[in-house]
Write a new protein. Structure first.
Length: 82
């Protein structure tokens, strides 16, 4: 199964999983986007499985991920973690 390459600097950073969890919660993404971020960025769940669990199509998850990742990264920078 193919995966989109969205992870940007999140996968290339030395923050721990717990620290990324804190950043995701602080990003104020909303409940659904927070769940998408946690599943995709922390647990490496494929987009199709995220969509199935949340009730969205894989393409919807794929379209939302770049904005979610951008907000998480901006939040990490604001918190001085990146």
């Amino acid at each position: 199964m193919a995966r989109a390459r969205v992870r940007a600097s999140i996968s290339n950073n030395s923050l721990t999983r717990s620290e990324w969890g804190t950043v995701i919660r602080e990003a104020a993404l909303g409940a659904e986007d927070t769940r998408i971020a946690e599943m995709y960025l922390l647990c490496a769940v494929p987009q199709v499985d995220i969509g199935a669990e949340i009730g969205l199509s894989r393409s919807t998850v794929s379209r939302r991920l770049p904005k979610i990742v951008d907000k998480v990264e901006r939040t990490a920078r604001k918190l001085g973690m990146l």
